[in-house]
Ligand binder design. Structure first.
Ligand SMILES: NC(=O)c1ccc[n+]([C@@H]2O[C@H](COP(=O)([O-])OP(=O)(O)OC[C@H]3O[C@@H](n4cnc5c(N)ncnc54)[C@H](O)[C@@H]3O)[C@@H](O)[C@H]2O)c1
Length: 350
């Protein structure tokens, strides 16, 4: 047990760090955010002036030399997650890292190994699991309300919301397109709802049909069509070793009715539902029934803050993190499998 405050350092202090993570840490009494590593002058200025963070660095390796730092929060682009996490763990720090945990299976395996060798916590920031809609549904699943969930249709679809920054659309930074950015959220959630089975095989297809066209306008500003080099649409079919399966479809730009469909439809032997809606579909005594759950009556939760609070509790009390790195490994296996299947035209077996 430590008497002093726990110290946190950020690697990457852009959008998600400033809008969500920093406020989560600041809510915690026994935590102090003392350092930021980010090559952006603007990020460094904001860290100091707006958030009162005393130390700023261009190079994250310098930040890792700061002995007082106990926890690293990685909020840089996806392809930095692996080196920054491994270096942080080797420096004896606990790590919470934004999603996707990394951009390949090999990388996640390396991160898990480094975490075990260092005896330090590692968790992917899959905040969707911490939404009140998710917690309540997961409890119902665990209480058997749905029976066996044998199939799910997971959508992370947007009609015209393409994040225009290189962080999300240049492969060398993002590792992939909407599948890595938003697909990872709905897939991780669905996979968790289904009890995290082992992956058996994956088939997939990816497309870049709209993102390079000048006549297609996004709702989130202009992007560079020339350097855009990730998919704008991806779909996959995942089979688990126990025979259950998930269909996943993701897009930044899809010609569809709604502006967004971020949902997962669960098909169980006793009941089904479309998360995050609050209706459960079942049959009782020979009569079809729709049961409405009043999610809005539950206390509000800020999911990014909740994930940070829970991760910190695990560090303090030396408990297992709720988003286990081995679960994130299976999620990245599925996503990498979809890319590999799309490339080769073959089913990928694990
Ligand atoms: N969970 C969520 O809801 C959510 C939402 C948005 C983004 N994200 C994830 O968060 C991460 C960052 O996304 P963002 O929207 O904040 O992007 P961003 O581009 O706004 O911020 C990334 C920051 O990383 C910095 N950076 C670049 N190279 C660096 C280096 N070598 N060392 C340290 N910092 C470096 C950049 O200067 C920038 O300030 C991504 O992994 C993304 O997938 C998660």
């Amino acid at each position: 047990m430590k008497g002093k405050k726990y110290c946190v350092g950020f690697i990457g202090f852009g959008g998600i760090a400033q809008v969500c993570h920093i406020h989560g840490w600041k809510k915690l009494n026994d935590v102090e955010v003392i350092a930021v590593a980010d090559p952006s002058e603007e990020a460094q200025r904001r860290a100091k002036e707006e958030f009162g963070i005393p130390m700023v660095f261009n190079d994250y390796r310098k930040l890792l030399e700061v002995e007082e730092i106990d926890i690293i929060d990685i909020c840089a682009h996806n392809t930095l997650h692996f080196p920054a996490t491994v270096d942080s763990l080797k420096a004896g720090k606990h790590v919470i890292c934004e999603k996707p945990l990394a951009v390949s299976v090999k990388e996640v395996e390396g991160m898990i190994k480094a975490s075990k060798q260092a005896g330090k916590k590692l968790m992917a920031a899959q905040h969707q699991r911490f939404r009140k809609e998710s917690v309540v549904v997961k409890n119902m699943i665990d209480n058997g309300i749905f029976g066996e969930i044998y199939y799910a249709i997971a959508y992370a679809l947007r009609r015209r919301s393409l994040p225009a920054r290189p962080t999300f659309i240049k492969k060398e930074l993002s590792g992939g397109g909407p599948m890595f950015d938003i697909g990872v959220h709905i897939l991780d959630l669905t996979y968790w709802f289904m009890g995290c089975p082992k992956v058996h095989s994956v088939k997939g297809a990816t497309y870049t049909k709209l993102a390079k066209r000048k006549d297609i306008k996004g709702l989130w500003g202009e992007w560079d069509r020339n350097t855009y080099d990730v998919e704008d649409f991806a779909s996959g079919f995942i089979r688990f070793v126990d025979g259950r399966s998930i269909s996943l479809t993701c897009s930044f730009l899809a010609n569809m009715e709604k502006l967004e469909d971020f949902s997962t439809t669960l098909f169980g032997t006793e009941a089904g539902m479309r998360w995050p809606d609050g209706k459960i579909f079942t049959e009782k005594n020979g009569v079809l029934q729709d049961i409405e759950i009043k999610i809005e009556t539950l206390p509000d939760v800020a999911p990014h803050h909740e994930e940070i609070k829970v991760f910190f509790e695990c560090v303090k009390k030396d408990k297992e993190v709720p988003v286990k790195p081995e679960e994130s490994l299976e999620v990245i296996k599925m996503l990498e499998g979809i890319y590999n299947s799309a490339k080769t035209g073959k089913e990928i077996l694990f």
